[in-house]
Design a protein around this ligand. Structure first.
Ligand code: AMP
Length: 542
């Protein structure tokens, strides 16, 4: 017997329809690339998103067409979130911090049709425009007055011109909720980046779960400022959550330094924010140096890499801002766990509670997790057994875009590449990472790329690149090199060899020369041994 309920597909557009009808006057505030502060409401967002959707449809961006963005967090980017996915196309958020070669590779792989960009990234657009294979038009996300007088980019359009030439008489289409809504690439451990293709259904289910009190705890009483970029896994879902709960939205634009962020927090009464540890260092540094206080901030979500315990304590003890330590992955939409306490923790001492808070936390509804040993056997939730963390759920990929890399699942579970333990109460703690990528300030640096370049140097026999601890960036690349017999090579020559081959910030912070690199049974470099050996290595930049 079937239930007798209405069939309403879970579509991204439903979030905007809800926000417009029930929170129409709620504010959205953005620091613009143009330098000023822009304000409007959900009602305006909805009307302009419909205009943009109509424009996209008129330009033949039909179902499944990939529409790319290279943009900061701001209202125009938010309009594209809804206009693109809502009209049935697929929003592809490109990461502007990547090297132009990688941006070209990813845009080609995604077969992007049109690319919207913030003016900050015009030089990057000029570098890639003649090289990308499928992009037919580039849209500068600005008004006519701020368009460049001349540009090398053919087919350059102006965002506000497109909005002005359209109207908002547009009905969001209804379609299968399993249709693709957005696409985000992750730098896998080996080979080329791979795309995670989210569906409307997975996005909505993730949004419901992420908004819950024990997850990100968002409501219409909040003003949310996502510091995490909208090109990092959809800003951890906050642009969708804000519409679902009717929260005020505050966008920092390109102003991610401590001073600019603090000003936005205070002037807009921000109650909750989210970002990687690195950005909070900048903010805390500014607040501490100027003896400031947070007058409205109640919570901040810290994730993307491990939150240093000292940071958690500073936020909570000195500033009264609750820290929610969170863990997730691009492949998981991204939220996996959030560290919020249980009723039993109320009775504990502050010290004991802190120990719990340092962990990565409990799963949000919709995610299941387990840890397994080297043979794949499940290990107990005892807080002692450590194994590879496996996850499954309706907002976790079943395969990568275009099936890149084959079937990633093992018995229906997604192997995260993280090594963790889980305690009796279900709190997970990452103890290590089995994958070798380096995570600097929340951004991936592919160790394999760095090794390949080093090994292309005529004086290098073998090279391994590992993550070394850095107080600001969490991890930075350290290159371990074995020279060819009789060859001469200095640290400076090795580092100079990277110039022009990668984004500058990918360049290793230091080089150490060794006689041999430990190899495993299959001839693979045993980077875990190197990581152990250089655990306490002090980088010159630290
Ligand atoms: P990404 O796909 O870029 O979001 O990276 C996902 C990876 O970042 C995870 O598999 C972890 O290795 C790491 N990560 C994310 N959050 C945390 C955290 N809170 N603590 C430690 N590692 C984390």
């Amino acid at each position: 017997m079937l239930g007798q309920m209405m069939q309403q597909p879970l579509l991204v557009s439903s979030l905007l329809i809800h926000a417009e009808r029930h929170h129409g006057s709620q504010e959205i505030v953005s620091r613009r690339v143009e330098g000023d502060i822009h304000r409007y409401t959900y009602r305006d967002l909805a009307a302009r998103s419909r205009r943009m959707a109509k424009t996209l449809v008129a330009r033949n961006m039909g179902p499944s067409a990939r529409v790319a963005t290279l943009a900061w967090n701001g209202y125009r980017h938010l309009e594209l979130y809804y206009a693109v996915s809502g009209s049935g196309s697929v929003l592809h958020t490109l990461n502007p911090r990547l090297h132009p070669d990688q941006v070209v590779w990813i845009a080609d792989d995604a077969e992007d049709q049109i690319l919207f960009f913030d003016m900050t990234f015009l030089p990057l657009i000029e570098a890639i425009a003649g090289r990308v294979k499928t992009i037919k038009a580039f849209v500068a996300m600005t008004d006519r007055a701020h368009m460049p007088a001349t540009s090398k980019v053919a087919n350059l359009l102006c965002y506000e011109d497109l909005i002005d030439a359209s109207d908002d008489q547009y009905d969001w289409p209804s379609f299968d909720e399993n249709s693709a809504a957005s696409l985000c690439y992750t730098s896998g451990t080996t080979g080329n980046p791979k795309g995670a293709l989210y569906s409307h259904r997975s996005t909505l289910l993730h949004t419901y779960a992420a908004a819950l009190p024990d997850a990100l705890n968002c409501s219409a009483r909040d003003a949310i400022l996502p510091v995490v970029p909208m090109f990092h896994v959809n800003a951890w879902g906050l642009p969708y959550i804000a519409c679902m709960v009717g929260a005020k939205m505050v966008f920092p634009g390109p102003g991610l330094d401590g001073k600019s962020l603090y000003e936005m927090f205070e002037s807009e009464g921000v109650t909750i924010s989210a970002g990687v540890p690195t950005v909070w260092q900048g903010l805390l540094g500014h607040v501490e140096a100027n003896k400031l206080r947070f007058s409205s901030m109640r919570r901040t979500v810290i994730g993307g890499s491990a939150c240093p315990p000292a940071m958690l304590q500073t936020f909570q003890d000195r500033y009264g801002v609750q820290v929610l330590h969170a863990w997730g992955m691009t492949e998981m939409s991204p939220l996996g766990t959030v560290c919020s306490l249980k009723h039993k923790h109320e009775a504990m001492s502050a010290e004991e509670r802190l120990k719990v808070q340092f962990k990565q936390g409990r799963v949000v509804y919709g995610v299941d997790m387990k840890i397994v040993d080297a043979e794949g056997k499940e290990l107990p939730f005892d807080g002692k057994s450590s194994g590879e963390l496996m996850v499954r759920g309706s907002a976790i990929i079943s395969s990568y875009f275009k099936s890149a890399g084959g079937n990633p699942l093992v018995d229906g579970w997604f192997p995260t590449g993280d090594v963790a333990l889980i305690d009796e109460d279900g709190y997970m703690q990452i103890t290590d990472r089995s994958k070798d990528v380096i995570k600097s300030g929340g951004e991936w640096i592919g160790s394999i790329d760095l090794e390949n370049i080093a090994m292309a140097h005529p004086a290098v026999s073998i090279a391994a690149c590992i993550a070394a601890h850095h107080p600001k960036w969490d991890e930075r690349p350290l290159l371990v090199v074995v020279r060819k017999p009789g060859a001469e090579l200095t640290r400076e020559q090795m580092l100079a060899f990277y110039e022009g081959k990668i984004a500058k910030w990918w360049t290793p912070d230091d080089v150490v020369f060794v006689d041999a690199i430990p190899l495993g049974a299959t001839g693979k470099m045993q980077k875990n041994k190197l990581r152990d050996a250089y655990k306490d290595y002090k980088l010159p930049t630290a």
